[in-house]
Design a protein around this ligand. Structure first.
Ligand SMILES: Nc1ncnc2c1ncn2[C@@H]1O[C@H](COP(=O)(O)OP(=O)(O)OP(=O)(O)O)[C@@H](O)[C@H]1O
Ligand SMILES: O=P(O)(O)OC[C@H]1O[C@H](OP(=O)(O)OP(=O)(O)O)[C@H](O)[C@@H]1O
Ligand SMILES: O=C(O)c1cccnc1
Length: 471
């Protein structure tokens, strides 16, 4: 992974950059909005994640000699390549906080600066924000359904999409996981690491009991035994009980057992009874095997006796949505608001530099988000973005602005936040999101609307563009 990431962009960003440069427009100020249109997993929200990586990239991006040579070899203009030799991001970024809950169509992050800089940044920003937000959202759904009393361990590295496994582990923690098996993530992000053992370890012995004994002896304070290699109820659990009793004699305690196949509800209940009958009620039961929020919901409904869920593949690949559809759209150029016309109203963007206000009820729960211009106060009502007859009164006194400046003149305005802090804030934000938006089946749609001024400008620009394109 040891490569310079300035070229971690799409060719067309550089192609547009060259055109702007050669036409003397590259310093023109532009603003782009990052937002998404549809919540993943048929859910009602996204947990925003990845801002720290985005800011780090923007603050440090530069083209190396090798990068510049490569671009020359690809036929880029000499003058443009020379311009890129001194390239830095010098713009302003406004963003919601990492760990904030965000909703379709409301800007999450805005980038303002010389148009070439904003354009070259697009691909990296989308790459990192879309992926991490997707995984953090998935993790938050798993936490929601598992409940606060369960331990969640992320086991996904082996199935992650290459090096994205590192970001996935970070995002899982932000979304509410307690620990990861990913050792590099533990070191990099200072989050707890956890682990048990694989079947290979037990298979390498002639008998399971000796395998368990050796592990307990070499890991007296941190021993979780995998009990399903041969026969869970007839050998795995009885052998784990034998070892737990032996550990007690040396003043140690078996931490847990892990089930990795079969009917996890039935086996966990049977295991709980066997352990309790042996006086080992402190021994925890972990379960893994293609878990996700739906299987965990089912296991909870079946009153499975599982204390720890190990979740890998389905979490780190964002099953069953391979990507978040976050987009980055030009909304202002040369200080003029811009829109894109589309037959599909939902594919049009909202013009101008914006602020998003979030409204709260008296219990501190989220009520609605209104999109307006950044120079305006929180509106007292809003219109549905695509069905203008639907309007909603709002209480401006209860509103808070969501977008805050996090970078100015290419420099971060705040120190890096720890992943733990972000995860704690995310947990608090998710608690402020009413349950009806968190349920899995047909979640209630959270209301995001437009201030009257925003709606009027969008409609006026739309009419103007339509007239221009017809004439
Ligand atoms: N009681 C249960 N209720 C709902 N889903 C369950 C229950 N027990 C296990 N599962 C899930 O059902 C799926 C079982 O998959 P599968 O039949 O391939 O596994 P297995 O045969 O038990 O184990 P493996 O193939 O890994 O040896 C997994 O996703 C698992 O998490
Ligand atoms: O199922 P996941 O959510 O991805 O969790 C991680 C899985 O990785 C390990 O086994 P691996 O998949 O390597 O082999 P196995 O399925 O044969 O146990 C572990 O035993 C889990 O089953
Ligand atoms: O520690 C574990 O039990 C583990 C780690 C990675 C994948 N599956 C299980």
């Amino acid at each position: 992974m040891n490569f310079n990431t300035a070229l971690y962009t799409d060719l067309y960003q550089l192609a547009m950059g060259q055109a702007y440069y050669l036409k003397g427009k590259h310093r023109t100020q532009a603003t782009f909005d990052y937002f998404y249109r549809k919540a993943p997993f048929e859910g009602g929200f996204v947990l925003f994640c990845g801002l720290e990586d985005a800011l780090e990239w923007l603050e440090n991006v530069s083209f190396s000699e090798e990068d510049l040579q490569y671009l020359s070899d690809q036929g880029f203009d000499k003058g443009f390549v020379e311009y890129l030799a001194g390239f830095k991001f010098t713009g302003t970024v406004k963003s919601v906080a990492e760990g904030d809950v965000v909703f379709p169509f409301a800007p999450i992050l805005t980038v303002t600066g010389p148009v070439v800089e904003c354009q070259i940044a697009e691909t990296f920003l989308l790459n990192c924000l879309n992926f991490q937000s997707l995984i953090a959202t998935k993790a938050s759904r798993i936490r929601y359904i598992a409940g606060e009393d369960k331990i969640l361990a992320e086991f996904g590295l082996r199935r992650a999409q290459g090096y994205a496994g590192l970001q996935a582990s970070r995002a899982a923690f932000v979304g509410g996981f307690d620990a990861t098996s990913n050792v590099l993530a533990g070191k990099t992000f200072r989050v707890p690491i956890t682990g048990t053992m694989a079947h290979a370890y037990i298979q390498s012995y002639d008998d399971e009991l000796t395998a368990f004994r050796d592990f307990a002896e070499t890991h007296p304070d941190n021993c979780v035994l995998l009990v399903d290699t041969y026969n869970t109820l007839k050998s795995g659990i009885p052998n784990a009980i034998t070892v737990a009793k032996e550990m007690e004699k040396t003043g140690k305690k078996l931490i847990g057992i892990r089930l990795d196949s079969g009917d996890l509800a039935y086996l966990s209940k049977a295991a709980r009874k066997m352990l309790d009958d042996a006086g080992l009620s402190y021994v925890k039961i972990a379960a893994s095997n293609q878990l996700d929020e739906h299987v965990i919901r089912s296991l909870r409904e079946q009153r499975a006796a599982i204390d720890i869920f190990g979740v890998g593949t389905n979490l780190v690949v964002g099953h069953e949505n391979a990507a978040l559809d976050g987009v980055y759209k030009l909304c202002s150029f040369e200080d003029k608001p811009r829109i894109k016309i589309s037959e599909n109203l939902k594919k049009m963007n909202f013009p101008g530099e914006k602020q998003v206000y979030r409204y709260f009820n008296d219990d501190g729960q989220f009520v609605a988000d209104a999109i307006t211009f950044e120079t305006l106060e929180a509106p007292g009502s809003m219109a549905h973005p695509f069905e203008p007859h639907k309007r909603m009164p709002l209480r401006p006194a209860s509103a808070r602005p969501m977008l805050k400046a996090v970078m100015k003149d290419g420099k971060r305005l705040f120190p890096e936040r720890s992943v733990r802090d972000i995860a704690m804030a995310a947990g608090e934000n998710l608690r402020q999101l009413p349950d009806e938006h968190k349920r899995f089946d047909f979640p209630h749609v959270y209301k995001v609307g437009l201030s009257r001024e925003m709606e009027q400008l969008r409609d006026r620009l739309k009419e103007e563009k339509l007239k221009e394109s017809e004439s």
